[in-house]
Design a protein around this ligand. Structure first.
Ligand code: GLU
Length: 322
């Protein structure tokens, strides 16, 4: 489908979805994309992630009409890592009607690795966007001004939106990641030096790492992200204005996949956010929210099999914002 998507088109897509055999399609996606051998890599600085079996693969679709479809390891908890950044941004915008956050972090793709130090130095401590680590540290600092334990606040948000008491902070994984967080600490010290961090570098990184260490399943994440497909309406009421929900989707599209946002937009055509735990959350506005998980990553830090599966799913369903 091409051109501007009108509400009626989305309604047709939603109706078509209800009539379509999505369950068998997801089973087929799992059969085709579950890795048969150990390709790609896992992050060296997070020991916990190295222990996850390479052939885990799950996918879940939560629709705006209230259906949930799942296949493979869709009910196995995994480490959400940077997918947390979508939700912390939503929480930050919720409490910031004047948009104070946007004087501290930009909305441009970075074109560099998610944990790059160089750009932050050159650009005087203002991170390119909230989905690279430096940007997420600023968002965390902003949240900590109101609630010192922003990670707990995030957990409450995710639990409510997922409609499940399953999500939890894996404190042991967080402590072990913290030991290897030299780069994130360096980013935080840079931010502090440029006057763009109010709390101590150590406390912000510690809180950020705990956010990343939240464990959730594909089903829970797809449900938690559904408000972005519903113009900001969550399970229990409005979370964001339609404009802010649109803006988060736009930042996901341009900045959500690290330094591979262009390639992901080309292959999948949907706003997405990945995490180095191997999860990817994708939004089909007006239709559904999708979460796929497969732990092995490509050179840019995105799930190898997860990205391939989403490209396949988007081709086979026609789901795209283009
Ligand atoms: N906790 C990870 C880090 O800060 C998250 C990275 C990611 O998922 O992009 O390095």
């Amino acid at each position: 489908m091409g051109g501007i998507i009108k509400t009626a088109d989305w309604q047709e897509m939603t109706t078509a979805l209800e009539a379509s055999p999505l369950g068998p399609l997801l089973n087929n996606i799992v059969r085709s994309h579950r890795p048969l051998q150990k390709a790609g890599s896992v992050p060296a600085n997070i020991p916990f992630l190295a222990e996850v079996p390479f052939d885990k693969f799950g996918i879940a679709v939560a629709t705006t009409s209230g259906q949930v479809y799942r296949s493979g390891d869709a009910d196995v908890p995994f480490s959400i890592q940077s997918i947390s950044k979508v939700f912390t941004l939503a929480m930050a915008l919720q409490g910031d009607p004047a948009g104070r956050l946007w004087s501290r972090v930009l909305r441009e793709p970075s074109g560099t690795a998610f944990n790059s130090l160089v750009q932050l130095e050159v650009e005087h401590g203002v991170p390119r966007n909230p989905f690279i680590n430096a940007g997420a540290l600023v968002v965390t600092d902003h949240l900590m001004e109101g609630t010192p334990d922003a990670a707990k606040q995030l957990l409450r948000f995710l639990t409510a939106e997922a409609g499940s008491s399953g999500p939890f902070i894996n404190e042991e994984a967080a402590s072990s990641e913290l030991l290897g967080s030299n780069r994130n600490l360096a980013l935080a010290h840079f931010l502090k030096d440029f006057g763009n961090l109010k709390q101590t570098a150590q406390s912000v990184v510690q809180n950020y790492v705990r956010q990343c260490s939240i464990m959730m399943t594909c089903v829970e994440l797809a449900q938690a992200g559904l408000f972005l497909a519903r113009e900001g309406r969550g399970r229990l009421g409005r979370i964001l204005s339609p404009s802010d929900a649109k803006r988060i989707g736009s930042i996901m599209l341009t900045c959500g996949m690290y330094d591979a946002a262009g390639e992901f937009a080309y292959r999948v055509g949907l706003p997405g956010k990945s995490g180095v735990g191997g999860g990817i959350l994708v939004i089909v506005p007006g239709v559904c929210s999708i979460c796929v998980w497969s732990p092995r990553l490509d050179a840019k830090g995105n799930s190898l099999a997860g990205t391939a599966a989403l490209a396949d799913l988007s081709d086979r369903t026609g789901w795209s914002v283009f």
